[in-house]
Design a protein around this ligand. Structure first.
Ligand code: ADP
Ligand code: MG
Length: 786
């Protein structure tokens, strides 16, 4: 055993492996062989479920649990190195920042000690170097002891929090571990070329973890492999045991890579198996079949449709029609660019359900959108939506609108129509789910703009329909990168509309650098006046409402998860490179009067935002849609779904405060008619900053999928997953949605096949167990949030 060098001696109680157990490294191979006679018998070896305490001792186990929640040997072995450092490689000390907890590799350059004035004892100052920059290490106790260890020329790992004292970068009282040959010329424990660097804390250094890992690996017997052998063979993956050895103690980087790939497979396959089981279970539930009926409302509607469906609309429509005809609930995600014509598909599906005797509910994320859906669906249906009215067609149905703020009489009538079944289509916000709304026979639920609907709403939906489940169609205009669709929405089937209906005009997007070139902004307002002079209309979008909430950024906006969302998605700001306090974002209530008196004087302006009472919102939308207003100054309430073909221009103020996908959504509001659309992204950010790059990217492409990918790159991935579904954050350690698309796709295929062949995975107990613990974790996280 090498001499102990760490202060604090946290590992005093590590139970050392029996002699001969230090062979684990030789035993790579698939599957791990049983220990040959003469070695440790398997019951003396640790499994992955062993409490950590039993292998590394109580003290170390307690630290590991406190620092990272690691309880079992398996937890520890799934605490992977963040990177590897080649022996002799030194950390760039100039790159350290105050306040960071770091593990640096450096060489001792100078050691001095002196008597302290203020207190008893001596102070040891050790200077370490990476060859150019220097870092001071200070020690106050046991100075002689440390001094003996830290002789100039020695290489070591030093861990602590970076601070600056008297102008010098330092680590006060760092933990350290020396590398290479020790004083007596014996090789120290790092014989390996690559030293793993683990995520560490003040109490638990990287080499503390490494040491623990070593003890566990040395005592690790055969482990149950969640990856079925056939899957491993098909994709040339190592066994679990070999992979764990490979990631913690790789001989070279290629081995570490191989191990990472294999361990990513664990994450991907377990997750995809859960989703496959969920899809299967949902598909096995009973639902009322709603097959198409010839000569019904749908046929009549199709005959009167003023345009022909695109190929994509026909395909998706056909798939949905077939889903509805089955006696099991549909769970389908329909995605398509803004303006790709999803609403028509939904209306046709709802009519099929009505023809089969059922009702359909359409849920929108905001009241504005619910009202707009009501108007456009009523228009689209024409006489077919006017049952009981003079101009109603023979087999007409009725469309009911239910919103939180409508008048009592209108509400009573809508509720009655839903309960009696007179309304084939009931439109509302998701409050429809939580309120006491009775349906005569709810056959289908359409959810528009899924990205505003969280897990909770999906659960509420399941609650709502007791007995047989309604068919569910989720529509989203935010293109979802394939990997996100496969993970976050992996329990849904998907259809994608890739083409826009013919005759759409292109949208030109330009960045207006308001700080660098103020005259560009003046020109932007001129362009708006020109559009209006030509008989067209424009939007001006601000990040904030303003008014009485004149506080800091976001103060007058609702969070993105709430129903009447009004503000930009709140991921910007904290991670921007520009740390100086920014002025509050521009507000509708400030900008509208300024425009009315300034650059847009004489034009008819209306204001729209989420804080307006429902009637006023509706009145503003109606005025704008009807051409009685030239310019709508609004928050992101216009983001999704708002459809005014005569609106051809949009100015987005403080555009850098919005996310990439959100800007893409916003500009989808213009260019919906035959005139080309114009979108101006006004921003004060300087050229070359990340915020500005983001805007340039939006200006450069109309490809929503590319932008969605960019969005994903720029957000922390955990946020994407975490916001959308509980439990995914912790379970995906190695897998990255962006770069592991191929692997995730393959794992999805394998998982689907496995679950098809053996729904309970009885023949794959290790995989079933891994699924069980993922679900436990999800459950725990869900409860934590509740
Ligand atoms: P989305 O909801 O996908 O953004 P919509 O369903 O609102 O798109 O459709 C946008 C506009 O295009 C609507 O005015 C709709 O009537 C029209 N539209 C839909 N499908 C077609 C088509 N195949 N040909 C021409 N216009 C269409
Ligand atoms: Mg829409």
């Amino acid at each position: 055993m090498p001499p102990r060098r760490c202060q604090g001696q946290p590992w005093k109680d590590i139970r050392l492996p029996a002699p001969g157990a230090n062979r684990a490294r030789d035993e790579r191979g698939t599957p791990a062989p049983a220990p040959p006679p003469g070695r440790l018998s398997s019951e003396a070896m640790a499994s992955l479920e062993e409490p950590l305490r039993a292998v590394v001792g109580g003290k170390a186990a307690a630290r590991a649990e406190k620092a990272f929640g690691l309880r079992t040997t398996g937890d520890l072995l799934r605490h992977y190195p963040r990177r590897y450092v080649r022996r002799g490689e030194l950390t760039d000390l100039a790159s350290l920042r105050d306040g960071e907890d770091v593990t640096v590799f450096a060489q001792v350059a100078k050691v001095t000690s002196r008597r302290m004035r203020a207190r008893r004892g001596r102070l040891l100052e050790v200077t370490v170097t990476d060859g150019s920059a220097r870092l001071a290490l200070t020690f106050f106790n046991k100075v002689e002891y440390w001094e003996r260890q830290l002789s100039p020329g020695r290489h070591g790992m030093f861990a602590g929090r970076v601070s600056t004292f008297a102008g010098k970068r330092q680590l006060a009282h760092p933990e350290f571990k020396l590398l290479g040959a020790d004083d007596a010329g014996k090789a120290a424990e790092y014989a390996a070329e690559l030293i793993p660097v683990y995520p560490a804390t003040r109490d638990l250094s990287s080499w503390d973890i490494e040491k623990c890992v070593r003890v566990v690996l040395d005592t690790l017997g055969e482990v149950d492999d969640p990856l079925p052998e056939a899957v491993r063979e098909r994709h040339q993956l190592d066994g679990l045991r070999a992979a764990l050895l490979g990631i913690h103690r790789p001989a070279d980087l290629a081995e570490a890579d191989r191990a990472r790939t294999r361990l990513k497979w664990d994450e991907a396959l377990v997750l995809q198996a859960v989703l496959a089981q969920r899809r299967r279970a949902a598909a096995a539930l009973p639902a009322t079949a709603r097959p198409a009926r010839a000569g019904g409302l749908l046929d009549a509607f199709d005959a009167r449709l003023p345009f022909s469906l695109t190929g994509g609309q026909r395909d998706a429509g056909g798939t949905i029609a077939a889903d509805l005809a089955r006696a099991h609930p549909m769970h389908r995600l329909l995605q398509g660019e803004v303006g790709s014509g999803k609403t028509v598909i939904a209306v046709r599906a709802m009519l099929q359900v009505i023809d089969a005797g059922g009702q359909a509910a359409l849920l929108a994320p905001t009241e504005v959108l619910a009202q707009q859906h009501y108007r456009s669906i009523t228009d689209l249906l024409g006489p077919f939506g006017q049952a009981g009215r003079l101009d109603g067609a023979d087999q007409a149905t009725r469309v009911a609108l239910l919103t939180g703020s409508q008048g009592a009489a209108a509400r009573r009538e809508a509720l009655l129509d839903a309960t009696s079944g007179a309304a084939g289509i009931v439109i509302g916000t998701h409050a429809l789910l939580t309120e006491h709304v009775q349906f005569a026979d709810l056959g289908m639920v359409v959810i528009d703009e899924q990205h505003r609907f969280g897990v909770e709403q999906r659960d509420a939906l399941r609650e709502k329909a007791r007995g047989t489940r309604p068919h569910v169609l989720v529509m989203t205009a935010t293109p979802i990168p394939r990997t996100v669709a496969m993970t976050v929405y992996g329990d849904l089937d998907t259809s994608t509309l890739t083409e826009l209906p013919a005759g759409r005009s292109p949208i030109a997007t330009h960045v207006v650098p308001a700080a660098e070139k103020p005259h560009y902004l003046a020109r932007a307002w001129e362009r708006i006046r020109e559009e209006v002079a030509a008989g067209r209309q424009a939007y001006v979008v601000c990040p904030r409402i303003g008014g009485e909430d004149a506080g800091g950024p976001g103060s007058a906006t609702d969070g993105p998860a709430t129903v009447d969302t009004d503000g930009p998605e709140s991921f910007l700001g904290e991670d921007e490179e520009d740390a100086s306090p920014r002025r509050p974002p521009l507000a509708v209530l400030d900008l509208a009067p300024a425009l009315a008196e300034g650059p847009l004087a004489g034009l008819r302006l209306r204001v729209l935002h989420g804080r307006l009472p429902a009637e006023e919102k509706d009145a503003a939308m109606r005025a704008f849609a009807g051409g009685q207003a030239d310019v709508l100054v609004a928050t992101t309430v216009v983001e999704v779904g708002v459809d005014v073909p005569n609106a051809t221009a949009m100015v987005v103020m403080d555009a850098d405060r919005f996310g990439v996908s959100q800007l893409h959504q916003l500009r989808g509001r213009v260019g919906r008619g035959s005139e080309p659309g114009l979108c101006l992204l006004v921003s004060e950010t300087a050229g070359g900053t990340r915020a500005r790059d983001r805007l340039d990217a939006v200006a450069a492409t109309l490809d929503g999928f590319r932008l969605a990918r960019l969005d994903l790159e720029q957000r922390r991935e955990g946020d994407v997953l975490g916001a959308a579904q509980a439990g995914r954050k912790r379970s995906l350690k190695l897998l990255t949605l962006l770069s592991d698309e191929a692997l995730i796709g393959q794992a999805r295929e394998e998982a689907t096949a496995l679950v098809e062949a053996d729904p309970e995975l009885a023949s794959q107990p290790a995989l079933a167990a891994a699924i069980g613990s993922l679900l436990d974790e999800e459950q725990a996280e869900f409860l934590e949030k509740a």
